[in-house]
Design a protein around this ligand. Structure first.
Ligand SMILES: NC(=O)c1ccc[n+]([C@@H]2O[C@H](COP(=O)([O-])OP(=O)(O)OC[C@H]3O[C@@H](n4cnc5c(N)ncnc54)[C@H](O)[C@@H]3O)[C@@H](O)[C@H]2O)c1
Ligand SMILES: O[C@H]1[C@H](O)[C@@H](O)[C@H](O)[C@@H](O)[C@H]1O
Length: 341
């Protein structure tokens, strides 16, 4: 390994371009060695000004570019499986954006491939685990001061959804964050899901079921409800309140500076995830680079990615059927016996 970890970034869209900037300017110990995107203009634009970066149209070819020692996958979810398996075949450590693989059969193939290697190579990009507020809530729940958790009430609002967004993606792309956060915060598995749909907002594109109310049951007897609303128009709001036997704790109340003038008080509300979770992405990527340079893998695992896909898939079936859908995970390989959940 050189002085700086050489990273191939696959996908140079919103997240990929932001991660390229982060690897170049924010994080220490790494450099961008290659960028791949079928839209090579986008790849060139995202890597403009960086030295010694190979630009590729093909993601797998980028893994073989000179100086590539690790991979950051920021292509769309359906492209992740091929990229993960190609990285595993080369023994390259990976940070893979969520959802790991949206389809659970593909997600299980990734679990099996890593389990066959007998060592962890991939961290999944559930960055909320690196957010300071989520970490404080996790420490508080783990301390037992509030007693047993009974419910999590979660809100997940985006200003608007990208044009390709489907009703299923409200669950397998957006709510995938709450699925991971709930499993991690509670240390419990999500076992069943029901989805209710109020009238769709007139601001949502024609045919998109938006908002949705997603209700999860856990194997510890808790309930987790998530309001997901991706065309709210009014702000990026991610909140979570834990209700426990001896108290409650709430995070994500947009507490920035409050300005009072002319008889009115106001505070800024972030408009997207790149603002709200900027510090969390920085910590996530720094932690991945540090662990990779030490030959370790930390953070959300491929098993967490698989569990999230299975639970989200059950959620999509619940949305379509209007009924309650139980989740049954495959047996957990020994490799993941001691991961966080
Ligand atoms: N952690 C988060 O909060 C967060 C936020 C946004 C997006 N994401 C995730 O990041 C990923 C990318 O999302 P985005 O918003 O940047 O999408 P985007 O559409 O802005 O960008 C995706 C890019 O990938 C390119 N691409 C398509 N197929 C490819 C392939 N096979 N190999 C390499 N590149 C390919 C596209 O040309 C495009 O430039 C998704 O998995 C998404 O769920 C995560
Ligand atoms: O891909 C994005 C991303 O994961 C964001 O964090 C989430 O708020 C959006 O809903 C989702 O579409």
């Amino acid at each position: 390994m050189g002085d700086l970890l050489g990273v191939a970034v696959l996908g140079a869209g919103h997240m990929g371009a932001d991660h390229i900037r982060r690897l170049d300017q924010v994080v220490s110990g790494a450099r961008v060695a290659a960028v791949a995107d079928p839209d090579t203009d986008r790849a060139k634009e995202a890597s403009a000004g960086l030295e010694a970066v190979a630009v590729h149209e093909d993601a797998v070819a980028a893994l073989d570019a000179p100086g590539v020692e690790a991979v950051l996958i920021a292509s769309p979810g359906p492209a992740h499986e091929e990229a993960l398996l190609a990285a595993f075949a080369r023994g390259l450590p990976v940070l893979c954006e969520k959802p790991m693989v949206p389809d659970s059969t593909g997600a299980l193939r990734v679990v099996e491939a890593e389990a066959r290697l007998g060592r962890r190579l991939a961290q999944i990009g559930f960055m909320r685990r690196y957010d300071a507020e989520y970490q404080r809530l996790k420490s508080l729940l783990d301390s037992g001061q509030l007693g047993r958790p009974l419910m999590l009430h979660c809100t997940h609002r985006n200003v608007s959804s990208p044009p390709y967004f489907t009703s299923a993606m409200l669950i397998d792309s957006s709510v995938s964050h709450e699925i991971d956060a709930a499993r991690w915060l509670l240390g419990q598995e999500l076992t069943a899901v029901t989805v209710l749909r109020p009238r769709s907002s007139a601001n949502a594109p024609e045919g998109l079921v938006d908002p949705q109310l997603v209700l999860f049951e856990t194997d510890g007897g808790a309930l987790v409800d998530v309001e997901v609303f991706v065309n709210s128009r009014f702000g990026y709001q991610v909140r979570c309140e834990a209700v426990c036997e001896a108290g409650s704790a709430r995070i994500g109340e947009d507490h920035t500076m409050v300005v009072t003038t002319q008889g009115r008080a106001h505070e800024d509300v972030p408009l997207d995830y790149l603002v709200r979770f900027a510090d969390a992405y920085d910590r996530e990527v720094q932690s991945w680079v540090d662990a990779t340079r030490q030959g370790r893998v930390t953070g959300p695992s491929v098993w967490d990615g698989y569990a999230s896909s299975m639970i989200a898939e059950a959620g999509v079936r619940a949305l379509e059927s209007g009924g309650r859908v139980a989740v049954e995970l495959a047996p957990r390989p020994e490799l993941y016996a001691d991961v966080s959940r």
